[in-house]
Design a protein around this ligand. Sequence first.
Ligand code: NAD
Ligand code: RM4
Length: 253
Amino acid sequence: MLLDGKTVLVTGASAGIGRAVAIGCAWHGANVALNFARDVAGAESAVAEIEKLGRKGVAIQGDVADPQTAKDFVAKAVDALGRVDVFVNNAGICPFHAFLDMPVETFERTMQVNLHGAYFMVQAAANQMVEQGDGGSIIAMSSISALVGGEYQTHYTPTKAGLHSLMQSVAIALGKHKIRCNSLFPGTILTDINKEDLADTKKREYMEGRIPLGRLGQPEDLVGPTVFLASDLAQYVTGASLLVDGGAYVNLQ
Ligand code: NAD
Ligand code: RM4
């Protein structure tokens, strides 16, 4: 019950890591507002899981690439649940593609969803926290890709490095308001985002082989680290990042 009585907002929460984290926060006592893009059934079933745990849940539709979505999401979440204590910026896309012929639209959409969208979401959540006056916790689902490259991720890795840089700067801007801002760096977690990429058996075996803990990640692996950063256990942690990758990053040779 590390989040008892807290209100948590999660973007991109109808599936994958966002969904696991939203339900995980409810396990730890939080009421949860979920942003989702299109998957009404996924969002509704996540709310049902949250309600089964005796918490309040609300699903609010919106494309995070549109800056107006940020204001709408925070306003509707506050209408439904009263306040914002924790904001998890999770929504993201990674349409794997080679560098030399990267379509302009793919590059721009990835920037808009992963980075521009995050900027306005974090700003809207922070304004609400400042108005409440008693601090808060902002968590960005960045990536191991903030630290390392990917041949087919030249549009994506800069958004993840950018997201972490955003957390570092807003940690400074919001410290005086007692709002902590941190990044999580997941490694390779089995979700829809990489299903196609990991359908290549050779690549999947290579990825698995370089993980000291011996397996790819599951969305639930992000729950503990998120709850920790959201909770008062992390009261002196801000501007930080935490790898959640089974050790993949350090395993060079
Ligand atoms: P996923 O595809 O299952 O989830 C992404 C979620 O974001 C989906 O629910 C999707 O609907 C939502 N989304 C996409 N575009 C949106 C938009 N415009 N507006 C609102 N919602 C939108 O993949 P995931 O692995 O759960 O990814 C979640 C986050 O974790 C992403 O930011 C991703 O970059 C990050 N991440 C994933 C991995 C991994 O290996 N799976 C590793 C590191 C970081
Ligand atoms: C992550 C990391 C993973 C990849 C996902 C899409 O940041 O690069 O390996 O599967 O993105």
